[in-house]
Design a protein around this ligand. Structure first.
Ligand code: MRU
Length: 353
């Protein structure tokens, strides 16, 4: 579904893109987001009026990236509250708790999902007044979380840009950009801020098998912003590092536990290679991604459908019946992490223990 009212332009490769939109918006009881599975070939807007549509968009990765998943879940609960027919406060609360349960089952690794759901449910429980008043509190809280996300990413960018020098080539993995957040991005927020300060940087983006967030989304965002980007396949990282083509690595995080960073599958390989080649490895993430009461052994790593590995654009590329592993994330021990860039500043990983 394309939104004809959205202001969009065609770029030089003929791609329609939007000049004005945050990745997720609320319009009179409808949540509008970009269907990221269609990018960069098409810019398609998804309009959702029901919480279970939001849950399905999260599970199917039409929207993805930990901070965006969190805000989307908040808006999912806002939809449930806004469209509820409940007259009694306790009936509304029951509906909200049921919607929260559906959302919690979508993507188990993204810490922001649970953080956002807990925040909305807590706020609703504490809110005074009848069902209507509570519904308004929920919608307002979701808006607040969306606005905060943009503000937080700008702060992450400001702090992180101090670690980036003029002339750096920065490698990033997956997509931790404006598409993974409400706007601006975490790892790409750092890159954007450094670029805006006039630092002549270049980016190497890994394609990020199997869902290709690097090739489809990071390359798209950086090209759109005019930031020089070179795309490589995941198995080229060792080569470019051994040839001294990379000075720094900045990635996002799905969950930061006491002893490790959990991020898109492939991050651990990049961290080990960075260590071997003496390349600083940084993680950019909001404090809402932190789960410091747990360690990596307790974290759930999402296992996704085998077809993501055996098929490419619905075409089978592997023999029928082959056994497949498809963990969506991996675990990078803190000893490989040079710094964690948050909205509160640049933290040394030892500080988290
Ligand atoms: O499976 P995805 O695309 O949701 O994974 C995204 C990542 O791994 C990102 O690095 C992380 O969520 C941070 S996004 C700011």
């Amino acid at each position: 579904m394309q939104d004809k009212n959205k202001k969009s332009v065609k770029d030089d490769s003929g791609i329609r893109r939007c000049e004005c939109m945050r990745t997720i918006e609320w319009k009179d009881g409808v949540v509008v987001t970009i269907d990221q599975t269609k990018l960069p070939r098409e810019l398609v807007f998804l309009k959702m009026e029901k919480c279970r549509e939001v849950a399905s968009a999260i599970a199917n990765m039409k929207l993805r990236g930990a901070p965006l998943i969190g805000v989307a879940a908040a808006y999912g609960l806002a939809l449930a509250a806004y469209h509820s027919k409940a007259e009694k406060r306790e009936d509304l609360m029951r509906e909200i708790e049921q919607s929260a349960e559906i959302l919690r089952k979508t993507r188990p690794t993204a810490q922001n999902l649970f953080w956002a759901i807990d925040r909305i449910v807590r706020r609703a429980r504490e809110a005074p007044g009848d069902a209507k008043a509570v519904a308004k509190v929920i919608v307002d809280e979701a808006h607040r979380m969306a606005d905060e996300d943009v503000e937080i990413n700008r702060k992450i960018g400001e702090h992180g840009s101090k670690l980036i020098d003029d002339g750096d080539v920065v490698l990033t993995h997956c997509n931790a950009g404006s598409l993974a957040t409400v706007d601006y991005g975490t790892a790409l927020g750092v890159i954007r801020a450094a670029w805006k300060q006039g630092k002549r940087i270049r980016v190497i983006a890994t394609e990020t098998r199997p869902k290709l967030q690097g090739a489809r989304l990071t390359a798209y965002e950086l090209k759109r912003d005019g930031i020089p980007v070179t795309l490589i396949t995941d198995n080229m990282v060792g080569y470019v590092m051994s040839k001294q083509m990379v000075n720094k690595v900045v990635v996002g995080a799905d969950r930061i536990v006491r002893d490790a960073v959990i991020n898109k599958i492939g991050t651990y390989t990049i961290a080990v290679l960075s260590h071997e080649h003496g390349i600083p490895f940084y993680v950019a993430a909001p404090t809402s991604t932190m789960d410091l009461s747990h360690t990596s052994g307790e974290a759930v790593i999402e296992e996704r459908h085998p077809e993501e590995v055996t098929h490419f654009r619905s075409q089978r590329i592997a023999p029928k019946g082959v056994e497949v592993m498809n963990p969506a994330f991996d675990v990078t021990p803190m000893e490989y992490v040079g710094a964690i860039i948050t909205e509160t500043g640049v933290l040394s990983p030892e500080k988290l223990r």
